[in-house]
Design a protein around this ligand. Structure first.
Ligand code: 5GP
Length: 189
């Protein structure tokens, strides 16, 4: 998606350790016009995937997920990082966070992720694929299926995309970064 790549080049910042900071338009301040274009593109790519619900993880996934849900006319559920005492039929799993360098739990209610659901997972970044594996585990526990996974930015050099595709998941990424070496952003052509 050219508009997204141009914005990443213009406003994205490389940090140490292969991290891309996109705080001015995705992760802190958000650009709703760009996010709508992201959602339109996910909707186009997953039009025939047969998804009936969108799933994401709080907090950064919520903006692209809700916009995609709006465009596709699908409900959106987000996995929570704190377990509410009021949650009924809780399903939970552990995820290792690459950016925070620690493991945390994510949970969803079995009320909203149900047997037979066809889930489309939407998130901001794909790095090592741990968040996506966590979502796949929640779907498995619920008896739901994953119709696809869509990421705004995939960092190909961290190999999560290869792992998920080898596991048989349909993965679509709108901007694929080949390298952040020497703090230069290089896209896959
Ligand atoms: P994974 O689980 O695929 O290793 O990492 C995905 C999660 O880590 C995303 O949900 C995102 O929040 C965070 N993440 C991974 N890499 C980056 C990055 O380069 N920049 C930012 N801002 N977040 C990242």
């Amino acid at each position: 998606m050219e508009a997204l790549k141009e914005r990443i080049l213009k406003d994205g910042k490389c940090l140490e350790g292969g991290i891309l900071k996109v705080d001015s338009f995705i992760n802190h301040q958000m650009d709703p016009v760009l996010m709508k274009r992201v959602a339109d593109e996910f909707a186009r790519r997953f039009a025939s995937a047969g998804a009936d619900k969108i799933i994401t993880i709080e907090a950064s996934g919520i903006a692209p997920a809700i916009m995609t849900g709006y465009v596709m006319g699908l409900p959106v559920v987000f996995a929570k990082k704190k377990k509410p005492v009021t949650m009924e039929g809780m399903l939970s799993t552990e995820v290792y966070s690459f950016t925070k360098r620690r493991t945390y739990d994510i949970c969803v209610s079995g009320e909203f992720v149900c047997p037979g659901d066809r889930l489309l997972f939407i998130d901001d970044f794909l790095a090592n694929g741990n968040a996506a594996k966590g979502i796949a585990d929640l779907a498995r526990q619920a008896g739901a299926e994953l119709a696809g996974m869509g990421f705004i930015i995939e960092k190909e050099f961290q190999h999560g995309g290869k792992m998920l595709r080898d596991m048989g998941f349909r993965v679509e990424s709108l901007a694929v970064i080949e390298s952040l070496g020497n703090c230069r952003i290089t896209f896959k052509q």
